[in-house]
Design a protein around this ligand. Sequence first.
Ligand code: ZN
Length: 246
Amino acid sequence: MRWLILSDIHGNLPALESVLADAKGRCDALLCLGDIVGYGADPNAVTERIRETVPTVIRGNHDRACTGDPTIETFTDLAYSAAMWTRQVLTEENAGYLRSLPAGPIALDGFHIAHGSPRDEDEYVFTRQDAADQFSCLPSHVCFFGHTHVQGGFGLRRGRTWGLAKPDDAEQEAAHTLEPDTCYLVNPGSVGQPRDSDPRASYAIFDGEARTVHFRRVRYDIEAARKKILAAGLHPFLAARLVAGR
Ligand code: ZN
């Protein structure tokens, strides 16, 4: 099975459509690690696209905050105001769908998926030390996670932890073969709000038989997404950061 792995779409419809088009024919099954909404200007259209096309989805902290959960009280001013706007525009049906999403981690076909970390759905895994702290609670050899909006991840074998490279600016893809007797925490990056200094939309494809992960980057109509954010009256920084990729 070849899995298309999406995360952190954040209401960015042009980015999601470009990723789905790029992934067409490359995968057999689709999953999403959460944060479907929050920050972007198309929360309803993105939620509906995910409901139609992605059968396996776990919730992110923004999906909770944008549908009434008190976790919104922990948000920064920027995230809070975007979540309040999203609460007002989400249809009851889409909000109900987002509220129904399960918390991670959940087990799939020989691997796990989580929004933040295998230990806590709201925890960030940014550094090699963060990753090393997680490996003792890894429920299987491979766990996909999101939340940081940074594509890449970590391998761990015999106490050594290393990073997995994402494509550089000139590349569209970086491929990794997963070694036996090694644990992996893998982040597909963010579809709709990358923060790893590359504004292209991010995703990953995991081939469970070949044991490969392909990180991909896709150009999309950033200008369209930027203008929609400004037209919606969301904070201009949310538009600017799409251009900067951070
Ligand atoms: Zn996110």
